[in-house]
Design a protein. Sequence first.
Length: 256
Amino acid sequence: MKHTSLAARYRPQSFAEVVGQDMIKEVLSRASAEDRVASGYLFCGTRGVGKTTTAVNLAAALHEAGKRVLLVDFDPQGNATSGFGVDKSNASPNVYDVLIGESECAKAIVSTPFGDVLPSNKALAGAGIELVGMDRREHLLSDALDTVEQNYDYILIDCPPSLELLTLNGIVAARSVLIPVQCEYYALEGLSDLMSTLRLVRRRLNPDIEVEGVLLTMYNGRTNLSMQVAEEVKRFFKGKVYATVIPRNTRLAEAP
């Protein structure tokens, strides 16, 4: 699907509109009606850039808009699980059990008022080592999601920050990648590594994967660094960077 920026066309006038559920619901409803939102999103990037916050809020907004949504928590920290109101310490079966074949994907999914979630917890931390000797180790998540894909309009995958076997599974399972980028220097280094991985995956494992868009987060327009990073990202991802940016705001940190 050819990428076009939703934000460029439906740009809100204030930050209050960005975080307001009514605005998000209206934008996503129009976008999905025009077939402008992909059905499989992967959230990649280094730690602390807003992957989980973006995934949780987008999933909840799509659910509010009347769409069937599954959020896959693929990070051992399990923050997306707790963000959906699920106790990650008692989440069993979970995505780890699905990967190692001890549970069917449908049985591990938890329904919440914000949409469905495939939960995670610290048990997933050692999965990268355990999966090495398994058949189709890069396709385990994709195979699992294939069994429930018909039940959902959108499947969002919240990935861990490190480029390991878990992240590779997420990239193989997804149709497009949404990359939150913190407006700081070190985020650019992590972005370079991620793009190298995406190119390898596209050549060998998932030729259909594409960058859906890049979301600038924690932006502070009063600093030269934020503006320089934003310009660098826009130069590298021509036509892929959303016009709307997420400014640095303590309210977001207080309400994960």
